[in-house]
Design a protein around this ligand. Structure first.
Ligand SMILES: *[C@@H]1O[C@H](CO)[C@@H](O)[C@H](O)[C@H]1NC(C)=O
Ligand SMILES: *[C@@H]1O[C@H](CO)[C@@H](O)[C@H](O)[C@H]1NC(C)=O
Ligand SMILES: *[C@@H]1O[C@H](CO)[C@@H](O)[C@H](O)[C@H]1NC(C)=O
Ligand SMILES: *[C@@H]1O[C@H](CO)[C@@H](O)[C@H](O)[C@H]1NC(C)=O
Ligand SMILES: *[C@@H]1O[C@H](CO)[C@@H](O)[C@H](O)[C@H]1NC(C)=O
Ligand SMILES: *[C@@H]1O[C@H](CO)[C@@H](O)[C@H](O)[C@H]1NC(C)=O
Ligand SMILES: *[C@@H]1O[C@H](CO)[C@@H](O)[C@H](O)[C@H]1NC(C)=O
Ligand SMILES: [Cu+2]
Length: 561
C-alpha cells in the first residue's frame, strides 16, 4: 500500500481527531503462501486492516470476538498508554481475555508517533493471523525527511498448523524429537513478506521513499536488503527516530520495526530486488523495486521462494543513536536481574522457561486489577504471586533491567509502555562497568539478548501501569518467559477506573476482579492458592481448551531449540 504523504497541511499543527475501528474478529480462510488454512481475520477479511492515525488522535477500537471457540485480545504494540494502562490489551494482566461472543472497547491516545503494530496478546494467537501494522504519523517528522511517498510492509514466519496445536506439541512431554532434550520449537512452513509471497514498490529515479518495515514473526528474525547499491538509511527503530545511518542490510527480530529511506537510482536499466531472508532457515522472499520509468523487467515477478543467501553484512543496532539526543540514564535507583533458565533437570531441558525466579503462569486475577484493589499491600510484590515475576517500581526512579541469558539462542525482549535505552549488550555476564556504556544509547521497545550473553536496559519510570516484559517469540511467551513490572500502584488506585463493560467480560467467565493473585480479598499476603507452574505431566493443561495433537500441514521441527 502507498500511504499518502499529505504536504497540503499548511499549518504545522493539526486538530486531534478520533479514529474509530469497528472490528469483528472471526475465522476466515487465507492462502498467503499457496497453502490454504483457517486464519483469524477482522470483518471477514485477512490480512487484518492497517491502522493509521496522527500523533495525538484518539483511537477507538470496538472489538467483538466472533471466533466461537477461542478467547482473544488486542495489544497495540509500542503505544505508551499513558493514563490508560487498562487499554494495553494483555489478557490476564491488564484485562480479562475477551470471551467468545464478548466485546471490548479500546480507547487510547495515538502516542508516540511511529511504526507500530497491533496483535492478539492471548494464548500465542497472533501467528494465526490476528496482527497488522499500525502507523502513527508525525507529519512534521515525515516532512523533515523529504520523501516522496511511504510504503509499509511486514515480514513474518508462517505455519500451516494452528497455534493451539503447535503449543500443545511444544509442551507435550513426549516431544523429544529423537533428542535428549524436549521442547523443540516447531519450524515454520514458510516465510511471508507483507502476508503474501512478494511485494512490488513502484519508485521513480532520484526520488526518496520511506519504507516502514514491521516484523510480525513468531520465531525467526529476517534479514532485509536491497540488492545492488540501493543503500538504506535507517531513520527510526521501533518507531523512535534515530540519527540517520546507512546500512546495506538490517536484521529485524520478532516484534521489531525499522523505518528506512531509499532513493531511486539515477540511471536505471532494470528493476531491483528487495530480499527478506528468514535467518536460521533457507527461506527467502523477494520483492521488487519497479522503476516507473525505464522499467525493463516486469517479468521478473517470480513468486517462488528461492534459496539464495544474501552476502551483505547487517548493521548492529547497538551503534544507532536516538534523534532526540537523550543521554545515558545514570544513577540507577532500582536494578532488576532476570536470569533466563529452563525448568527441569539439566540433562533434560524443558519447554518451561524462567525469566527471573519463575516460569510465568497467569494469575487468577489480572495483575492490574490486583494493583487496584489491594490497597497499600499493592506495594508488596507478594500479592501478585511469584508466578508472574512481579517487580514494583515507582515513577521517577531510574530502573535497570539486566537479562542474563544462559541459553544457546537469542531472545528478543519487549517491554510494554516504554521505549528503553539499551545500555549494554554482549557475551557472558555483564561486568557492570559504567564507564563502558555509550553516552547516548539507542532506544527501542524490543531488543535482542544474545545467546549466552546479556542485555541491559534502562528507563526513567514515568508511566504508572502494569507493564509486562517478555520474549517476543510466541513459544517462549507460552513457555513462561515473562515478568511483570508494576509501577506506582498507589497512583493507579487514584487514577485508573475499570469500566463495567470491562468487568463484565470477567464476570461472564467467572474470573475474579479483586484481591490478590488468587482472588482473596481478606488476607492478601497469603498467596498459597495462587496459580503455580504445574508439574511437567500437566503442561497440556496450560492450554485452554486442551486440544488434541493435530497437524494440518507439513511441518518440520527445528533441532536444538
Ligand atoms: C502490504 O499489505 C497491505 C494489505 O495488508 C497493502 O495494503 C499494502 O499495499 C502492502 N504493502 C506493500 C508495500 O505492498
Ligand atoms: C476453532 O474454529 C476454527 C474454525 O472452525 C478451527 O479452524 C479451529 O481449529 C478451532 N480451534 C480449536 C482450538 O478448536
Ligand atoms: C547510464 O547508463 C548507461 C548504460 O549503462 C551508461 O552508458 C551511461 O553513461 C549512464 N549515464 C549516466 C549519466 O550515468
Ligand atoms: C538449507 O539447505 C541446505 C541445502 O538444501 C540444507 O543442507 C540445510 O540443511 C538447510 N538448512 C536449514 C536450516 O534448513
Ligand atoms: C530513461 O531512459 C532514457 C534513455 O535510456 C533516459 O534518457 C531518461 O533520462 C531515463 N528516465 C529517467 C527518469 O531516468
Ligand atoms: C527470587 O528468589 C530468591 C531466592 O529464593 C529470593 O531471595 C528473591 O527475593 C526472589 N526474588 C523475587 C523477585 O521474588
Ligand atoms: C491471597 O491468597 C490467599 C490464598 O488464597 C488468600 O488466603 C489470601 O487471603 C489472599 N489474599 C488476598 C489479598 O487475596
Ligand atoms: Cu525467547
Amino acid at each position: 500500500m502507498r500511504l499518502l504523504f499529505l504536504p497540503l497541511l499548511l499549518c504545522s499543527f493539526s486538530v486531534a481527531k478520533t479514529v474509530t475501528y469497528d472490528w469483528e474478529v472471526d475465522w476466515t480462510t487465507a492462502c498467503p503462501d499457496g497453502f490454504c488454512r483457517p486464519v483469524i481475520g477482522i470483518n471477514g477479511a485477512w490480512p487484518c486492516p492497517l491502522v493509521e492515525a496522527n500523533l495525538g488522535d484518539t483511537i477507538i477500537m470496538n472489538v467483538k470476538n466472533r471466533l466461537g471457540n477461542e478467547t482473544t485480545s488486542i495489544h497495540p504494540h509500542g503505544i505508551f498508554q499513558k493514563g490508560t494502562p487498562q487499554m494495553d490489551g494483555v489478557a490476564g494482566v491488564t484485562q480479562c481475555p475477551i470471551p467468545a461472543g464478548g466485546s471490548f472497547t479500546h480507547s487510547f491516545v495515538a502516542n508516540p508517533a511511529g511504526t507500530r503494530w497491533y496483535h492478539s496478546h492471548d494464548k500465542a494467537q497472533y501467528p494465526d493471523g490476528l496482527r497488522s501494522p499500525m502507523i502513527i504519523h508525525d507529519r512534521e517528522w515525515e516532512r523533515s525527511l523529504g520523501f516522496e511517498e511511504q510504503f509499509v510492509f511486514s515480514v513474518s514466519d508462517w505455519y500451516h498448523t494452528q497455534f493451539p496445536y503447535l503449543i500443545h506439541e511444544f509442551f507435550d512431554g513426549g516431544n523429544f524429537n529423537g533428542r535428549t532434550t524436549r521442547g523443540a520449537m516447531p519450524m515454520p512452513d514458510s516465510s511471508l513478506i507483507n502476508d503474501t509471497e512478494s511485494i512490488t514498490l513502484e519508485i521513480e529515479p532520484n526520488k526518496k521513499y520511506l519504507l516502514r518495515i514491521v516484523s510480525m514473526a513468531a520465531l525467526f528474525p529476517h534479514q532485509i536488503s536491497i540488492v545492488e547499491d540501493h543503500d538504506m538509511t535507517i531513520v527510526a527503530i521501533d518507531g523512535f527516530p534515530t540519527k540517520p545511518k546507512d546500512a546495506s542490510a538490517i536484521v529485524i527480530s520478532a516484534g521489531q520495526r525499522y523505518d528506512v529511506l531509499i532513493t531511486g537510482k539515477a540511471n536505471v536499466t532494470k528493476d531491483y530486488t528487495i530480499t527478506s531472508e528468514m535467518l536460521d532457515s533457507n527461506m527467502t522472499r523477494t520483492g521488487f523495486l519497479k522503476y516507473i520509468s525505464n522499467s525493463t523487467n516486469p517479468s521478473s515477478k517470480q513468486q517462488k521462494q528461492n534459496y539464495k543467501r544474501a552476502t551483505v553484512v547487517p548493521i548492529d543496532d547497538f551503534i544507532l543513536e536516538p534523534a532526540d539526543g537523550q543521554p545515558l540514564l545514570t544513577g540507577v535507583d532500582k536494578s532488576i536481574t532476570l536470569p533466563v533458565s529452563y525448568t527441569g533437570k539439566a540433562d533434560r531441558r524443558s519447554t518451561r522457561i524462567k525469566l527471573g525466579n519463575a516460569s510465568y503462569v497467569s494469575p487468577k486475577v489480572p495483575t492490574l486489577f490486583t494493583a487496584l484493589t489491594t490497597g497499600s499491600d499493592a506495594e508488596n510484590p507478594i500479592v501478585y504471586g511469584d508466578s508472574v515475576n512481579p517487580y514494583v517500581i515507582r515513577t521517577g526512579q531510574v530502573v535497570q533491567i539486566i537479562v542474563q541469558n544462559d541459553d544457546d539462542i537469542q531472545h528478543p525482549m519487549h517491554l510494554h509502555g516504554y521505549e528503553f535505552q539499551v545500555v549494554a549488550r554482549g557475551a557472558g555476564v555483564w561486568d557492570g562497568d559504567e564507564s563502558k556504556l555509550p553516552k547516548m544509547p539507542m532506544k527501542r521497545d524490543t531488543a535482542n539478548t544474545p545467546a549466552r550473553g546479556h542485555l541491559v536496559i534502562r528507563i526513567k519510570a514515568n508511566n504508572p501501569g502494569v507493564w509486562v516484559f517478555h520474549c517476543h517469540m510466541e513459544f517462549h511467551v507460552e513457555g513462561g518467559m515473562m515478568a511483570t513490572i508494576i509501577e506506582s500502584p498507589a497512583t493507579l488506585q487514584k487514577t485508573v477506573r475499570i469500566s463495567n463493560a470491562q468487568l463484565d467480560i470477567c464476570r461472564d467467565q467467572g474470573i475474579p476482579t479483586e484481591g490478590n493473585c488468587s482472588g482473596d480479598t481478606l488476607n492478601v499476603l497469603d498467596t498459597s492458592k495462587c496459580n503455580k507452574d504445574p508439574p511437567e505431566e500437566d503442561w497440556g493443561a496450560l492450554i485452554n481448551p486442551p486440544v488434541a495433537k493435530r497437524a494440518l500441514g507439513r511441518r518440520n521441527v527445528r533441532r536444538d531449540l
